[in-house]
Design a protein around this ligand. Structure first.
Ligand code: SAH
Length: 250
């Protein structure tokens, strides 16, 4: 969204009255801002530079400014508790968010932190357990950053059914999997070493996962040629162990 030049339809604008009260509105062609102090047509504001003063039908004076990210986050509709702007700033630096950074975010809530990271240029894959929050986060992001930003904001409602891993320490994922999986969901990991399998099972003991099983698949081809019908001489002796478990109650 173009955030300089004249104010244009489709962008949010902050109206500030004499008593410093702030109203966040979205400029729409033909729209009207109604308050106790009368009506202010959006068309008077559209095309004007930031910082102009406008007068409502009942003589109330408003200054129109583009909201900063702080103004927006504090005024936008919120379902869940948001990360406040005071914390969004340090997060961007501490997590070293850069343009094009591919970021996994979970717990999207109202999208405040997402808005900050997207604005810093991140490409987010976001997981949220509640579809109403996922929708709210997308709405807020699109409203402040423009719908183009949504191309960098892939969101999924989790409550996952399955987690499938091929990485060295799958047990590290167990505490997160307990939160992200639905009950009855399955976590599976492929691990080359039996030591990994032991550690994985030990970690399951301390978790809500149960019914853990480990399988090794030996795939033996057969040579079939007339009367010569026998196993192949060669086979791949080892690849990895397959371990899976289901998320149960406490
Ligand atoms: N950071 C957000 C606020 C997040 S509030 C913002 O700045 O606006 C925490 C969110 O985590 C809530 O929306 C809640 O629904 C979500 N949540 C809770 N458990 C979750 C889980 N297991 N997976 C994904 N999201 C989860």
């Amino acid at each position: 969204m173009n955030r300089s030049g004249p104010l244009h339809a489709g962008e949010p604008v902050l109206l500030i009255d004499r008593k410093r009260r702030r109203y966040l509105i979205d400029l729409v062609d033909g729209g009207e801002f109604h308050s106790h102090s009368g009506v202010l047509p959006h068309d008077e504001i559209i095309g004007q530079p930031e910082g102009e003063t406008f007068r409502s039908t009942r003589g109330m004076v408003f200054i129109a400014l583009r909201p900063t990210i702080t103004d927006f986050v504090l005024k936008m509709p919120r379902g869940a508790q948001v990360v406040y702007p005071k914390d969004i700033g340090p997060i961007l630096i501490m997590a070293d968010i850069f343009p094009g950074a591919r970021v996994l975010e979970s717990g999207l809530g109202s999208g405040a932190l997402s808005t900050g990271m997207l604005r810093a240029g991140a490409e987010i894959t976001g997981y949220e357990i509640r579809d109403d929050f996922e929708a709210k986060a997308r709405e807020n992001v699109g409203r402040f950053l423009g719908t183009d930003a949504l191309d960098r904001y892939r969101t999924e409602v989790d409550d996952l059914d399955r987690i499938v891993l091929d990485l060295p320490e799958p047990w590290q994922v167990i505490p997160h999997a307990e939160k992200a999986l639905r009950r009855g969901g399955i976590m599976l990991a492929y691990t080359p070493s039996i030591i990994q399998v032991s550690l994985f099972h030990e970690a399951f003991e301390e978790s809500r996962f149960g019914m853990a099983e480990t399988t090794e698949v030996l795939h033996r081809g057969w040579y079939v040629n007339g009367a010569a019908v026998r196993p192949d001489h060669r086979m791949v002796a080892h690849t990895g162990f397959l371990t899976h478990a289901r998320l149960l109650d406490e």
